[in-house]
Design a protein around this ligand. Structure first.
Ligand SMILES: [Zn+2]
Ligand SMILES: [Zn+2]
Length: 273
C-alpha cells in the first residue's frame, strides 16, 4: 500500500504546489482523493494515467479540491480505447456536481465525437454518494466515510482506507470532530490539510482571516493524531504556502502535541506501508 501526496497546495497559487489531491494504491487498486489544480500532471508524475484510476473520491466540493475533475474525466475518456466510465464517490451533492461538469464539457465532447470515427461514446461517470459508513469495498480494499466539520461548507467527508492490514486516513478540510477521530483511529498514515493561524493573523485581510474558523491548525492535527494513536501525520495543503526554510516550524507546531512521525508534504511525496 502506498500513499502519494500528488498536490499539496491550497487556493493560493504556488508554482511548486498543485491543488489538493492524494493517491492511494492498495491491493492492486488505484484510488484518487480530490482532484485540485494540476492533478493530471501530478498523476503522470506518479506513473498513473486517468484511465487507470479505479475510483475518484471527493472530500467536498470546494473548488481547490475539484477544479481539475473535468480534466480527469476528459483525459480518461479520450485515452480509453473502450467505454470506461469513471467511478466517483463523494458527499451528498456530488452526483449533481458530476452532471454539471459533464454538461460543461458538451462542446468538447461534440468536437471529438465529430472528429474521431472510432469514438462513439461520450465521457461518463458512475457516481455514488457517501455520508457515513462504508463508502466502497472491493477486492480486499474497504473505504469508510465519516462526516467532517468544515462549516459553513457542508456536507464534507473524510475517508479511511483499510487494506493489506494497514489504514490510511484522508481528512480533507475540517476542524477536529468526532467523525475525524473515527477515521483516524489507529491509522498508519493520517493526511490532514492545515493552516498556520499565527501567520494568517498577520495578513490584514478579512477574507483571509475567515479561513481560520474551518481549517485545522498544525496543532489541531497533532492533537487528533495523538488521540487516534496514529503512526505518521502528513501535513498538506499548508495555508499560507510555507516560505522556503520554514518547513520545520510547521512540523514543530504539530510535534508539540504528537510524538509520532510528522511530515510537511510536498508534491509527489510518498510513503510505502
Ligand atoms: Zn475546503
Ligand atoms: Zn481546501
Amino acid at each position: 500500500m502506498d500513499v502519494v501526496t500528488l498536490g499539496t497546495g491550497s487556493p493560493i497559487p504556488d508554482a511548486n504546489r498543485a491543488g489538493a489531491a492524494t493517491l492511494v494504491r492498495a491491493a492492486g487498486t488505484t484510488l484518487l482523493f480530490d482532484c485540485g489544480r494540476g492533478v493530471v500532471m501530478r498523476l503522470a508524475g506518479a506513473g498513473v494515467l486517468p484511465p487507470m484510476i479505479d475510483r475518484q473520491f471527493l472530500t467536498h466540493l470546494h473548488s481547490d479540491h475539484i477544479t481539475d475533475f473535468n480534466d480527469v474525466v476528459t483525459t480518461r475518456w479520450v485515452m480509453s480505447p473502450v467505454e470506461n466510465p469513471l467511478p466517483v464517490t463523494g458527499p451528498p451533492g456530488t452526483a449533481a456536481f458530476v452532471d454539471r461538469t459533464l454538461a460543461m464539457l458538451a462542446d468538447d465532447v461534440r468536437y471529438r465525437l465529430d472528429h474521431h470515427a472510432d469514438l462513439t461514446w461520450g465521457p461518463s461517470c458512475s457516481t455514488t454518494e457517501a455520508a457515513d459508513g462504508v463508502a466502497w469495498e472491493h477486492d480486499g480494499v474497504r473505504v469508510l466515510a465519516a462526516p467532517t466539520d468544515h462549516r459553513p461548507v457542508a456536507p464534507t467527508v473524510g475517508y479511511r482506507v483499510e487494506a493489506e492490514g494497514k489504514v490510511v486516513a484522508i481528512a480533507g478540510d475540517t476542524v477536529p470532530c468526532e467523525g475525524l477521530d473515527r477515521i483516524c483511529e489507529g491509522a498508519d498514515v493520517y493526511v490532514q490539510t492545515v493552516c498556520r493561524p499565527d501567520l494568517v493573523r498577520t495578513v490584514p485581510s478579512p477574507r483571509f482571516q475567515d479561513i481560520l474558523d474551518y481549517h485545522s491548525s498544525c496543532e489541531d492535527a497533532g492533537k487528533v493524531a495523538a488521540r487516534g494513536g496514529v503512526k505518521t501525520l502528513v501535513l498538506t495543503h499548508p495555508v499560507p504556502p510555507p516560505a522556503p526554510g520554514t518547513e520545520d516550524e510547521w512540523v514543530a507546531q504539530a510535534a508539540a502535541h504528537f510524538d509520532g512521525e510528522i511530515v510537511l508534504a510536498h508534491d509527489l511525496w510518498s510513503i510505502t506501508l
